[in-house]
Design a protein around this ligand. Structure first.
Ligand code: TYD
Ligand code: MG
Length: 473
């Protein structure tokens, strides 16, 4: 049984200690422990003395039996419904995380308004902004007519009592969970214990009432949903809203979804009138690209079930530093290190004296290994100064042996490339599911050495003293 008295809770991961210490043993964060009056009751865990001694007996059920498919409430915003897996599920709880100012409140207000217009009751509770601020934003987006019930409240008990009045809402938005506090939890608002306690109470409300609940969660510098990692385990779905400050594109991505796939993305563009859906992301990501400069390759990628074309930019430049720099935006740093090592070992390139910068254009984050080949092509192009053919797309996974391995759904990637006017594709030698190839000229490569030789052959002579590299296979 837990000891009474003050406890110290890690604000990053929620681990509880009885003594203060400088570093959390559970997650390794420094100075993250703060004193809280008492540990929160563990859901389903043992109670302190004084609780019920005997449990209630309930009936067990079998896996067989009547269960309908989860009915869905469609929000009317196509890109949002795509990510949730076809609409909101009644009684489910969704957590949306994202950097401040990325557009979470905007997106949710638009979803609320769209649902209110279909005649359902929708409640939007803001813990951060006053009702007049929320109203002003809705007016700017031309949504003032929608019958959304608005409140600026932070006490969970008050909110739940109010929601119990009148018609049961179909959708409740809590903006943000970090601002909520429950009178039953003895801890300051914003602490892990408060967030967990408030979330628990709200989730219980959603499960018993059948309303769909959306919680907004703040995100820390390193992209984690702040404080309550625990909340991520309590909810049915976690979505993250991403984007680069300088770009107007916003990407909604599923991280966890009990009712659908997690690899779908929704693409939006921030405009003066709120978020607009982007039906054809490839055209957007490729807009304004400079086709005459070396170091750029177009990846025919997949985001969920949707093919997305995006430009990969690389800059390889001689370094003045002892340890060359490797900086990446939109891709995995360790994956870049791997591709560089493979190019050195199996492609015969010398990159040890070069800084390497890699950027995925348009603010997209690419996670799939199929990007390896496009990254390698961009790197070789930048190093050698050879401009890649403007009408070519690249996809394929690179193995540590230097082999180029097939990736899934090649046919869909090629069709998308053909649709956007590309004429050729560089792809792995193995793998057969290219369909009709979308009418593209296909160049199949089996090894990075072939890629390096191919690109180096078109390189201008003696650029910045670098000899065009040879494949040493
Ligand atoms: P907001 O939804 O308040 O972000 P969050 O809730 O994630 O913190 O969005 C704020 C930003 O969006 C702000 O910088 C202004 C911009 N914005 C527009 O560009 N157009 C609009 O129509 C709206 C409502 C906001
Ligand atoms: Mg907000």
């Amino acid at each position: 049984m837990a000891k009474r008295g003050p406890t110290y809770t890690c604000q990053a991961c929620g681990a509880v200690y009885h003594r203060w210490q400088g570093k959390c043993d559970a997650c390794g964060t420094w100075s993250s422990l703060s004193e809280e009056a008492q540990a929160a009751p563990v859901p389903g865990g043992g109670r302190a003395s004084g609780g019920r001694a005997r449990g209630r007996i309930f009936a067990l059920e079998s896996l067989k039996g009547e269960t309908q498919d989860a009915p869905r409430i469609v929000s009317g915003i196509g890109e949002l419904d795509r990510v949730t897996g076809g609409g909101f599920v009644p009684g489910s709880v969704l957590l949306i995380g994202g950097d401040p100012g990325i557009g979470k409140s905007t997106l949710l207000m638009q979803a609320c308004a769209a649902m209110a217009l279909t005649g359902r009751r929708v409640v939007y509770v803001s813990g951060e902004e006053s009702t007049s601020q929320v109203r002003l934003r809705a007016q700017r987006m031309g949504l003032a007519e929608a019958a959304v019930d608005l409140a600026a409240e932070t006490n969970v008990e008050d909110i739940i009592a109010t929601l119990g009045q009148g018609e049961r809402p179909a959708l409740v938005v809590i903006d943000s969970i970090q601002t909520m506090w429950s009178g039953e939890v003895e801890s300051a608002p914003g602490t892990v214990t408060q967030v967990r306690g408030s979330a628990q109470a709200l989730i219980r409300y959603a499960k018993t009432s059948g309303a769909c609940l959306i919680l907004v969660g703040h995100v820390t510098k390193d992209g984690q949903i702040a404080g309550p990692r625990v909340v991520e385990h309590m909810v049915d779905a976690v979505l993250s809203f991403e984007g680069e400050g300088a770009h107007a594109f916003r990407i909604l991505r599923g991280q966890k979804n009990r009712f659908g796939a997690t690899d779908e993305i929704g693409v939006f563009e921030m405009t003066g009138l709120g978020l607009a859906e982007v039906g054809n992301p490839s055209a957007l990501f490729l807009a304004g690209r400079d086709q005459s400069a070396p170091g750029a390759a177009v990846l025919a990628g997949m985001e969920g079930t949707r093919p997305v074309l995006v430009e990969i930019q690389a800059l390889v430049s001689p370094t003045a530093l002892g340890t060359p720099r490797r900086a990446v935006v939109g891709w995995d740093t360790s994956r870049l290190a791997m591709v560089l090592a493979v190019l050195e070992t199996h492609g015969g390139l010398k990159l040890g004296q070069h800084d390497v910068y890699l950027n995925v254009a348009g603010g997209l984050r690419v996670g799939e290994p199929a990007a390896d080949l496009a990254v390698a092509a961009a790197l070789v192009s930048s190093l050698t100064g050879a401009v890649l053919p403007a009408g070519a797309v690249y996809f394929g996974e690179i193995a540590l042996s230097g082999a180029i391995r097939p990736v899934s759904v090649a046919a869909a990637r090629l069709r998308e490339a053909a649709k956007l006017g590309f004429g050729s594709a560089v792809l792995p030698a193995g793998g057969a599911d290219t369909g009709d190839g979308g009418g593209l000229g296909l160049k199949r490569l089996g090894h990075v050495g072939e890629l390096v030789a191919e690109i180096a052959a078109t390189a201008p002579r003696a650029r910045s003293g670098q000899r065009a590299p040879q494949a040493d296979r």
